[in-house]
Ligand binder design. Structure first.
Ligand code: HEC
Length: 127
């Protein structure tokens, strides 16, 4: 067996090890559809501390409740359930559609951006 095929074999295990996010569910590798990110406990506090000093209406967007987030802003919906790449909120956070948010400060950490993207990937549920 070559070095290369060994590396290829270990890759799926690395992906599983990094992909959990939820942490306390022993049944990883379970069926897709299990959610690991909670809107209430993971996202709302993030929006409150990083966004809401402006998003009581900046860009027509409010981020105080699930309904506010799903209602979107001046550009229309900012969340496309199941498709983080197509979601303006992710594009503004990762800078792929400028200007990057938060408008007045450093970008969120990769972990924080991933939380938002993961929640959208999991169907943008009211959870
Ligand atoms: C310093 C003020 C400020 C902060 C903090 C801020 N934003 Fe914004 N945001 C704006 C302004 C002003 C606009 C409208 C102008 C524009 O689109 O650039 C905007 C626009 C947006 C839009 C586009 C809305 C639309 O429909 O066009 C999204 C999505 C967004 N912000 C998300 C966020 C998120 C998520 C955070 C927190 C991580 C955040 N913003 C933090 C000021 C801010």
């Amino acid at each position: 067996m070559t070095r290369r095929s060994l590396a290829a074999l270990s890759l799926p295990f690395l992906l599983i090890a990094c992909g959990g996010g939820g942490g306390d569910d022993p049944d990883n590798g379970g069926p897709p559809g299990n959610t690991t990110v909670s809107f209430q406990t993971d996202l709302l506090p993030l929006f409150q501390s990083e966004c809401n000093r402006c998003h009581g209406g900046a860009g027509g967007l409010q981020l105080d409740t699930y309904e506010d987030v799903m209602a979107g802003g001046d550009s229309g919906p900012v969340v496309v359930a199941g498709d983080p790449d197509a979601s303006l909120i992710v594009q503004r956070l990762d800078g792929s559609t400028p200007p990057q948010m938060p408008l007045d400060g450093p970008a969120l950490s990769d972990n924080e951006i991933n939380l938002v993207a993961q929640w959208i990937q999991e169907g943008a549920q009211k959870n």
